[in-house]
Design a binder for this molecule. Structure first.
Ligand code: NDP
Length: 285
């Protein structure tokens, strides 16, 4: 398909998005606050618009990817009625609340608003491993799905415009939890002069891969609210945390990353609850 596309915002990410559309043979119109950044793209056949309004009017599919929501409102604030009837796919990173508010703003101007979360770095855009999450206006998404798939796999998450941002944040939370575990484990191995590379490659990564099985199992428990063997297993893990923190301190390693986990497991053991229930409670649910 050769659907024309407009891309607003040509930072590292917006430039990568534009390049992927050009690679797919789409006519691409671009706009950026600092016009010079359009240079490499116009050299490849993109058309640079003079202002956001002109850019929006050039295509039925408008992709917006700027620094933050303040920049997004700045960019589209003066386009008037130009969004009416067009699909606006907003890939700027933000919170679910920001996405929902922006959806309302764009819908009032007649746009089919689709919010997105990019789970790839700029060099990955267009590769087979690239993933983008979408939610919001189904009509807008369906009309342009094949074009959006130029950026990577497209995962639809439903009509709540905040859903893509929520899943984006959840995936990043999982990633940073994993990174925290790796940083802590690496510090323990390095404290005895061991090779972190060898430890990570030969032991930690294969071990973590096996731990994905209990993670799936506990996910089903969280969904059902029924926790099998809860007290024994949580009490055992709470005790193991005492050893982890004590050994960490003895190795001269800062236990800061795991202390909140120890505290959570201790409270869960004391209250006879699953740790997941305490987290939900703390958020006031
Ligand atoms: P950059 O810092 O490279 O680019 C920022 C862009 O925002 C530029 O086009 C800049 O314009 C524009 N901008 C900033 N303020 C304004 C404003 N007030 N009005 C108009 N335009 C403005 O960031 P990225 O391209 O890397 O990131 C863009 C979005 O993509 C972010 O929300 C980011 O979280 C998300 N993202 C980025 C990833 C990455 O690895 N880079 C990965 C996943 C998501 P100008 O050139 O004039 O300064």
């Amino acid at each position: 398909s050769v659907t024309p596309v407009t891309v607003l915002g040509l930072g590292a990410m917006g430039s990568a998005l534009s390049t992927a559309f050009l690679d797919g043979g789409h006519p691409v119109t671009v706009w950026n606050r600092t016009p010079a950044k359009a240079g490499p793209l116009t050299a490849r056949g993109a058309v640079a618009a003079a202002d956001p309004r002109e850019a929006v009017r050039a295509a039925d599919l408008v992709v917006l990817c700027v620094l933050d929501y303040a920049a997004a409102y700045d960019t589209l604030g003066a386009v008037g009625d130009a969004l009416n009837g067009r699909a606006l796919v907003h890939l700027t990173n933000g919170t679910p609340a920001q996405a929902r508010e922006f959806a309302q703003w764009a819908t009032q101007r007649g746009a089919h608003y689709v919010d997105g979360g990019i789970m790839s770095t700029p060099p990955m855009i267009g590769d087979s491993g690239s993933l983008v999450l979408y939610s919001g206006d189904r009509t807008g998404f369906d009309a342009h799905r094949s074009t959006l798939e130029r950026l990577g796999a497209a995962r639809w998450l439903g009509s709540d415009p905040g859903a893509a941002a929520l899943h984006d944040i959840a995936l990043l939370s999982g990633m940073y939890g994993l990174f925290a575990g790796h940083l802590h484990a690496a510090a323990l191995i390095a404290s005895e002069g061991g090779s972190v590379t060898e430890f990570t490659t030969e032991l930690l990564i294969p071990f973590l891969e096996r731990m994905m099985v209990p993670m799936k199992y506990s996910s089903r428990e969280i969904d059902s609210g029924e926790f099998a063997d809860q007290e024994a297993s949580i009490a055992m893990q709470a005790t193991a945390f005492v050893n982890i923190i004590e050994s960490t301190a003895a190795q001269g390693v800062d236990p800061a990353l795991l202390i909140p986990m120890r505290d959570l497991y201790h409270r869960a053991a004391a209250e006879g609850r699953d740790p997941s229930e305490l987290l939900a409670k703390k958020a006031g649910r």
